[in-house]
Write a protein that binds this ligand. Structure first.
Ligand SMILES: C[S@@+](CC[C@H](N)C(=O)[O-])C[C@H]1O[C@@H](n2cnc3c(N)ncnc32)[C@H](O)[C@@H]1O
Length: 383
């Protein structure tokens, strides 16, 4: 068994002690969340340096790369830095908006004036024009819910779509941080808390936020400076992100008939995250359409054998949909926590060959469970 697996493995181009080099354990938090990457929290994203290393080793300036599970856009941001054209697809409209907000090329002058106007509207204490919805009433304190409704109204007045996307992301980051629940539960909401409580995360008494102005202001300043920082390293390479299901995406139309030099992605894993649900408040606040039922491997379907079988079928459908759009010998690089060893079967069923596997250890920093685990970087070539 071991020798069969070893036949697939070609570690040569990755040089010495690959697993530990690719763990990026020594990077500081600031380096891992450099420039535009930190404009909004997102659970389960690539470390930018991992995406960068893989892209540099496998693609060259001017290449055309797809990330079919683009999430928060790490592949697109790092590809652009290296002068590589890229397209991202994601089932979640919110994730695509986040990716666009990171990769848009902004006119800083109009961006600053739209941002200032939005901030001023919050300080003017004008009442919102529309009543706040039921979701906001449940999960936010009275002043934050009317402040968020006011921002929601005023975002609609912004003419530049690019500026609007970015400022929506700032409002979303603010909203996430002021949800009236225990800090520990902010990513997976359990119940609203509207008074002081003992916070297990911070080991002290905490209270729900009663005024969003200070947070909104500081996130706005932070975001604008990150946009400026990223502008210095970004290139004119093309980026685009599209919200749709990769199993059925009209790739010919999306790629405008161009063939891909390769794919780099980290797909959802079986039963780990509900990607729509983690930003439920944003879907409610910004009236975004949802497509939960077509998520591959969501947490709500669990990890049992039935969920694993469905995961295999759906990943096969995704790869089969991508295959006709690859140049001959294009590499499909998949970073996955394949704890159920499903990828050999996924590759076989979709008519790909695994030509390389490299393991890397992952050291969690932000989430409750700090136990390290293994991830595999698979390289596939179409047969
Ligand atoms: C592990 S995350 C990707 C994270 C990304 N590498 C990053 O750095 O942010 C997987 C993504 O796959 C998306 N996804 C799940 N099912 C999908 C489908 N059927 N079509 C397209 N995207 C899907 C999820 O919404 C999620 O954003």
């Amino acid at each position: 068994m071991f020798s069969t697996v070893m036949n697939f493995i070609d570690l040569a181009p990755w040089t010495r002690s690959t697993a530990s080099v690719l763990s990026f354990q020594t990077l500081t938090q600031n380096e891992r969340t450099k420039h535009i990457h930190k404009i909004h929290p997102y659970k389960g994203k690539f470390i930018p340096q991992l995406a960068e290393t893989i892209i540099k080793k496998n693609f060259k300036k001017g290449s055309f790369v797809l990330d079919p599970f683009v999430g928060s856009g790490t592949t697109l941001v790092q590809s652009n830095e290296l002068g590589i054209n890229s397209i991202g697809i994601d089932i979640s409209e919110f994730n695509c908006m986040l990716t666009k907000a990171k990769t848009n090329n902004y006119n800083l002058k109009t961006l600053h004036s739209d941002a200032e106007r939005l901030l001023a509207s919050l300080h003017s204490n004008e009442p919102p024009k529309t009543p706040c919805n039921r979701y906001l009433k449940t999960w936010f304190m009275p002043l934050p819910r009317s402040q968020l409704t006011l921002l929601q109204n005023n975002l609609l007045q912004i003419r530049s779509k690019k500026n609007k996307d970015l400022l929506t992301i700032v409002v979303s980051r603010t909203a996430k941080s002021v949800i009236a629940t225990k800090h520990r539960d902010i990513s997976t909401l359990k119940k609203p808390i509207k008074q002081k409580y003992y916070c297990e995360k911070h080991k002290k008494t905490c209270s729900p936020v009663i005024d969003i102005k200070p947070k909104f202001r500081s996130y706005l300043i932070d975001t604008l400076s990150r946009v400026e920082e990223y502008k210095k390293v970004s290139t004119s390479a093309f980026t685009k992100s599209v919200a749709c299901d990769i199993k059925t995406a009209q790739l010919k139309k999306i790629l405008k008939g161009k063939l891909l030099d390769g794919v780099l992605t980290s797909p959802p894993y079986v039963g780990q995250i509900d990607y729509h649900k983690q930003f439920e408040y944003a879907f409610e606040l910004f009236n975004l359409s949802r497509n939960d039922q077509n998520e591959i491997g969501p947490l709500f379907r669990g990890r049992r054998i039935g969920a694993q079988k469905r995961y295999v079928l759906e990943m096969v459908a995704a790869l089969k949909n991508i295959k006709p759009h690859l140049k001959p010998n294009a590499k499909v690089i998949i970073v996955a926590n394949d704890r159920f060893n499903l990828y050999p079967n996924i590759a076989k069923e979709s008519n790909f060959k695994i030509t390389k596997r490299v393991n890397r250890s992952v050291h969690r920093r932000n989430e409750g469970d700090q136990t390290p685990y293994q991830e595999t970087i698979f390289t596939l070539i179409a047969l």
